[in-house]
Design a protein around this ligand. Structure first.
Ligand code: ADP
Length: 542
């Protein structure tokens, strides 16, 4: 028997329409690319999204057309998200930190029709513009006064495009499974792959983002997404914000410790989200300037493993709860978030931080399992580790324009490429990415575990561990270290530090000191690059 409820489609436009009515006077605050702070309300944002939708329709943009953006977190980017998806077109956000040849590949693969670009990234677009035949219109996201000199022909100014159009637009209704936005994976191996989200997947994911034990977005809170809108849709937060009515604070290009601290304090931000490298910068700034953000209650961190020492420092020194999250582009991206279960609240600190260092428990909507090489489920004992597979309404079922996906199995599970454990309380811990695990003498070594431990050493600012070829053992771990400012750690002392903390055979064979680690487009250490660079490295012994 079927239920007798309305089959109302879950559409992105309905989120902003809701905010326009219910949270009409709630604010969206932006540090603009041009400099000044811009401030308006959800009601005004809705009106501007309507103007933009009318303008795009005037340019001939129709349902299913791909519209690209290369832009920071700003109110204009927010308007594009809602105007484009709301009218039935597809919002394709692009990562400006990718190599220009990759950007050209992605635009051509997506066949983007219009390209919105922030002032910062215009030179980047100029360099590849002649390799983008599908793009009929480039729009610079600024006003007339800031329009730059450019050799590009027929370029449009965002404010001119929007102004002069009606702020009344009738959002169309269509099937909730219609595509809404497109993100490409960073393509560390092979070409980037397109993940095509739907209205349904986005709305359901937005509900999940708002939950108290996920990001806790609510009308009474103020949220600042540091994670860029060009990286998996800022983890879905621009959609979740108007759904919840949270005050939305957009940092624009100001992602350094000083700019973030100033904006968070001025706008009394309570919750923020981003990758670990950003928070290292923020912590350094706080330590040096003896400052902090007293209103900040929680910090959602993911994208790569969060060092346990970071969770401890934020908690002990600043009273801020770090919520370690895990996910991927293919998962919209949220899969799990770590919040301490209440029965552990009074557990000894050591135990609490052990749990909090894990990647958290699955969010409703995401099912998880770990399997061995024969695809047999492994026990949830916190020890057995295997391939992590997921399923759910915001997990991709295939890739855009690709017939085959090796990652999807016949039962509809998606293999994440991560190796993980699950414990009896359902806390998941990433052991490593499959390709980063080190196999030494037939035993697996988790590079993440060693990095985590290394980062707790006061003289280590950043650490990466990669496997290097070894005649006897197959592979051995090499520790690559960026020393903390003003320190000159000794190799033997660092290696001694591991003794008694991990099994002897897991201790790296050598330490290399570097000024910086190679960081990729999404803020992660490029392990592949390090593996290449140190492929022939000969350890000089402990
Ligand atoms: P890419 O790095 O390919 O651009 P994503 O940004 O989607 O793709 O990253 C997804 C991957 O990042 C995950 O499969 C996992 O390996 C890693 N990752 C994400 N969050 C965490 C975390 N909290 N701890 C460890 N690894 C993580």
């Amino acid at each position: 028997m079927r239920g007798l409820m309305m089959d109302t489609p879950l559409l992105i436009s309905s989120i902003l329409e809701h905010a326009r009515g219910v949270f009409a006077d709630q604010q969206i605050v932006t540090r603009t690319v041009e400099g000044p702070i811009h401030r308006y309300t959800y009601a005004e944002a809705h009106a501007r999204a309507c103007q933009l939708a009318n303008a795009l329709a005037g340019l001939g943009v129709g349902q299913g057309d791909r519209i690209a953006t290369i832009a920071w977190n700003t109110h204009r980017h927010f308007e594009i998200y809602f105007a484009v998806s709301g009218m039935g077109s597809i919002c394709h956000t692009m990562n400006p930190r990718l190599h220009p040849s990759q950007v050209a590949y992605i635009v051509n693969h997506a066949e983007d029709r219009v390209l919105f670009v922030d002032l910062t990234f215009l030179p980047f677009v100029e360099a590849v513009a002649d390799k983008l035949p599908s793009v009929r219109q480039i729009v610079v996201m600024t006003d007339r006064a800031h329009m730059p000199e450019t050799k590009l022909a027929d370029i449009l100014c965002y404010e001119d495009l929007v102004n002069g159009h009606s702020d009344i637009y009738d959002w169309p209704t269509f099937d909730e499974n219609t595509a809404s936005s497109l993100c490409y994976t960073s393509g560390t191996t092979g070409h980037p792959k397109g993940v095509l989200y739907s209205h349904r997947s986005t709305v359901l994911h937005s509900y999940a983002v708002c939950l108290p034990d996920v990001m806790h977005l609510a009308e009474s809170e103020a949220f600042l997404p540091v994670v860029p809108m060009f990286h998996v849709n800022a983890w879905g937060t621009p959609y979740a914000a108007p759904l919840s009515g949270v005050k939305l604070v957009m940092p624009g290009p100001g992602l350094d410790g000083a700019s973030l601290t100033e904006l968070m304090n001025a706008e009394e931000v309570t919750t923020t989200a981003g990758v670990p490298t950003v928070w290292l910068g923020l912590l350094n700034h706080w330590r040096q300037q003896k400052t902090s953000v007293p209103t900040l209650k929680r910090l959602v961190v993911g994208g790569s493993a969060v060092p346990r020492s970071m969770i401890e420092i934020f908690h002990d020194d600043f009273g801020i709860e770090v919520r370690h999250a895990w996910g991927m582009t293919e998962m919209s991206p949220l899969g799990s978030v770590n919040v301490l279960k209440s029965s552990l609240r009074d557990a000894p600190a050591e135990r609490r931080f052990d749990v909090l260092s894990k990647q958290g428990r699955p969010i409703f909507g995401v099912r998880m399992k770990i399997v061995d090489e024969q695809d047999k489920p492994l026990p949830h004992d916190g020890k057995a580790f295997g391939t992590l597979k997921v399923q759910g309404p915001w997990v991709c079922s295939s890739y855009y324009k690709l017939d085959e996906s090796e990652a999807h199995d016949a039962e509809g599970w998606f293999a994440t490429g991560d190796v993980a454990t699950l414990d009896a309380d359902s806390y998941m811990a990433i052991t490593d990415r499959e390709k980063d695990l080190i196999k030494s003498g037939g035993e697996w070594i988790s590079s993440i575990d060693i990095e985590n431990l290394a980062m707790s050493h006061v003289q280590i600012a950043q650490a990466a561990v990669v496997g290097i070829a070894d005649v006897k053992w197959g592979e051995r771990p090499l520790l690559i270290v960026v020393p903390a400012p003003g320190t000159a750690p000794a190799k033997t002392e660092l290696l001694k530090f591991f003794e008694g903390k991990i099994a002897k055979w897991m201790i790296p064979d050598d330490v290399v000191f570097v000024d910086s680690l190679p960081i990729g487009a999404t803020g992660k250490v490029l392990k592949g690059k390090l593996r290449e660079e140190y492929a022939d490295y000969q350890p000089t012994g402990r």
